[in-house]
Design a protein around this ligand. Sequence first.
Ligand SMILES: *[C@@H]1O[C@H](CO)[C@@H](O)[C@H](O)[C@H]1NC(C)=O
Length: 361
Amino acid sequence: MLSAGTQLRLPRLLSCATLVLLFQVTDAKRDLKSACTTCKQVTDNFNKGFERTAKQNFGGGNTAWEERTLSKYETSEIRLMEIVEGLCDSSSFECNHMVEEHEEHFETWWFKRKTKHPDLHKWFCVETIKVCCPKGTFGPDCNACVGGSERPCHGNGMCDGDGTRGGNGKCSCAHGYEGDFCLDCIGGYFNEERNDTFSLCTECHASCKTCTGATSQDCDECKEGWEDDDQEACIDVNECSRDPSPCEEDQYCHNTEGSYSCKACDKVCSGCTGPGPDKCQACAGGYEDADGSCTDVDECSQSESVCTKEHQKCVNTKGSYACICSVGYEEEDGECVQSPPPEEVEETEASETTASPHREL
Ligand SMILES: *[C@@H]1O[C@H](CO)[C@@H](O)[C@H](O)[C@H]1NC(C)=O
């Protein structure tokens, strides 16, 4: 009889084994795809090596003796060895492992199969070591992809595992398409052409959320920022003509197709209808209207003096003015007092730097 402990332990051990098995299965599935990728690299490199050695010979030119005894370089073992040496990067474990494991296959193909089976990828990767499948097929038995091997996913997507012994043959659709067969159109696209095996999805007009055709009159529903007009077409909503304006007071509104934007008024304006100093609704403080454009007021040249303290002078700035102490005077408690004589400058330097910025002018 089993003790309670072993009864519990057994199922747990079993589920652990299942997990390990599951991991191995998913791992193996990924391996199947990458094995084919590796094999493709190997055969691609073989073909490159074949081309690279096309103009070569035994070195120093083929002598008649060499051709007689070693056969032609073109079909020689030496040429094969030179090609095989260049099949993998030294760092690629998977590639080197594959080439080592199957080296005799390359010899077989080179000497016996090349003429009848000129496509090395097909002969080696698909038919001999069986890590790849023919194009348009997938999985251990090279079944046809969804939509058939001629046009996997009906030409509108990628078949999972296409050309490898891995994958599940399901489609990931190209942009604009959806569904198991990649024949349906996503929202915002419509079927320009469609039958059981062919589908062409085209983007709707910018004004449509959904549609049956390409123009703004073919919308099923207008997109936000567009509205039905009298002719049953979707037309742009002019958000800027709304009252109140959707923008802030120091912004002007710019209507765009399907939307609008708010942009800052020129700083000389207090409210505006567009960009620049001539599109102001009113001028900002310190600016006045001159021929329809807001320009700076020169406060310093006004008849009534704005800087009234003794030894003060007026400096005009954009949109304002400043009162600063005349040369030889400096500000102290809001008054302009005579600057200390030069020898005292060093002592007062610290307090000077914290004084008002007027001094810099
Ligand atoms: C489906 O449409 C395509 C493209 O117009 C055409 O080539 C194909 O023959 C059509 N197939 C059927 C079954 O009607």
